[in-house]
Write a protein that binds this ligand. Structure first.
Ligand SMILES: [Zn+2]
Length: 220
């Protein structure tokens, strides 16, 4: 799952509005930020197998630290604790929302990944494998994204004229990125995949910050 992860990020803003959207965008991809770093360092492993599933060419055969259940829970707790420092009030709520946003990544990966998410160490791998059917996984991702955006738009009404336009242009652009990811060429190497993912997550986080700011709703 790629763009679908951002549905929970957008929706989560309705729970603690002090949280900047860019931070929620980083939260929902935090496991993949760490995964990209560990792949570049050669700690976690992936091989590119064109046609591995209809929606992804990644055979994610070793990623116990970032996508194991225990590792994911630990990364969620650490991110929640660090991220909640950014708000001055409602720190406990901010911790809970940020940690849940990070862990939502694991739950959504569970739905689409092949059994590559280990429950303990590198053992007992789970994954429902929806990526085998792109015409199920793709609409699911887009639906999650749009549902999140609708919740965000209602919870955080724009105070500026172009706030809603900005939001929906951003959502449409993310849809195009998803289509490219699904139907574009597979990545050349694991390192190329990791770098592309890191770049995409940073750019999307930055744009999310702009969208949030453009609605005139960002508070300190
Ligand atoms: Zn992931």
């Amino acid at each position: 799952m790629f763009i679908g992860h951002y549905g929970p990020a957008l929706a989560a803003k309705s729970l603690v509005r002090q949280l900047p959207l860019w931070l929620l965008f980083v939260a929902v991809q935090w496991l993949d930020f760490c995964w990209s770093a560990l792949v570049l360092l050669g700690v976690e492993k992936v091989r590119i197998v064109p046609g591995f599933t209809q929606a992804s060419a990644l055979d994610l055969y070793y990623m116990p630290f970032t996508h194991g259940l225990i590792g994911a829970l630990a990364l969620a707790a650490v991110f929640g604790a660090a991220g909640s420092m950014i708000v001055r009030t409602r720190r406990v709520a901010a911790f809970a929302v940020l940690a849940a946003a990070v862990f939502s990544h694991w739950l959504l990966d569970l739905v689409v990944h092949m059994p590559d998410l280990p429950l303990i160490d590198d053992q007992m791998k789970v994954g429902f494998g929806l990526w085998r059917w792109i015409w199920i996984s793709l609409p699911l991702e887009l639906a999650l994204l749009v549902a999140g955006a609708v919740i965000y738009a209602r919870a955080v009404p724009s105070r500026t004229r172009f706030g809603d336009t900005g939001l929906w242009v951003f959502v449409a652009a993310m849809g195009v990125v998803e289509l490219y990811g699904a139907f574009g060429p597979p990545p050349a190497t694991p390192a190329a995949q990791a770098l592309t993912a890191l770049t995409a997550y940073c750019v999307l986080g930055l744009l999310a910050g702009l969208v949030d700011w453009g609605r005139g709703t960002v508070r300190g």
